[in-house]
Design a protein around this ligand. Sequence first.
Ligand code: FE2
Length: 379
Amino acid sequence: MSTSIMPTTTNDAVAATDFLPLLGTDYVEFYVGNAKQAAHFYMTAFGFQALAYAGPETGVKDRASYVVRQQKLTFVLTTPLQPTGYIAEHVAAHADGVKVLALAVSDAEDAWQQTTTRGATSYLAPQHLTDANGEVVLSGICTYGETVHLFVERKNYTGVFMPGFRAWSNPHFAPLPTGLLYVDHCVGNVGWNQMNKWVAFYEEVMGFRNILTFDDNDISTEYSALMSKVMSNGNGYVKFPINEPAEGKKKSQVEEYLEFWGGEGVQHVALATADIVRTVTDLRSRGVQFLQVPTTYYDDLLARVGKIDEDLEPLKALGILVDRDHEGYLLQIFTKPVQDRPTLFFEIIQRKGAQSFGKGNFKALFEAIEREQEARGNL
Ligand code: FE2
């Protein structure tokens, strides 16, 4: 068993040699069966605000896209308008889920050159999109499954989202935000023995580093197991843990995902908050459902993690988990899948110094996931 921890913060030497400087996550795009309703869900349940729209009314013939935003979090919900075409095929194969993890860059042409010359498969050669508000440059590469990374350069753009979109709002419906701030990390599930291949991809093609490794001894219950490596870009703004299933007595949650998604894809997106008790209370009252750990989890919590600023009772009432590393602690909780297939879910995370991922919670958490798998007949 090995867990290696290296600093996630960059230093000048790393920054100077970073061939793919990333400014952060620009947006996450979901391909869905009904973007109008999906956008309503993220506004109503998660507190996102309407921002922009593209569709036939804006000259886009094959799709409708709704952009919703909360602080630095931007989600794009896209649906096909015709029964055929690559978006329709994606939705038919996978149902609703993440297609694009878009990364903000200052030079999208250079990002594409740097990555494709290092072996990335091009998804989108650099394109200059212009309107009266300026120019957005987009380029993209393929990653695991049918997931893609788009590089978004918007330093010369002042419009609401990008060319092709128009401002969208509903003066009669504006749910309050829930305190969600930005994407903390996005996790990919890959196939058997594929984790190291994708670790090498992020290292060689995108210049990321492996900052944490969890083997199947770290992440196993009596029944099932998985392995995970956390990849981080140079400045630590973008973190992509990569999971693969491991052998256990029963079916790993990663296997269940691969089966129902129909291949490799994004398992969860972690959303940061500065007040997890407030955020989760709010989300729960709006109908978001969370995984529950047994209340015995809290019996020896403070003995495990030491002193924390929060009162224990609200954490226990909401089912919020706590873990500590050498830099501090973190609070986290996981939603149930947000569609009928047991595929994409969200993590809500509040970091108080800790830069890790809640290893101390894995066992309680995976046992909670297994209870859900068992209820679905998939364990
Ligand atoms: Fe996570």
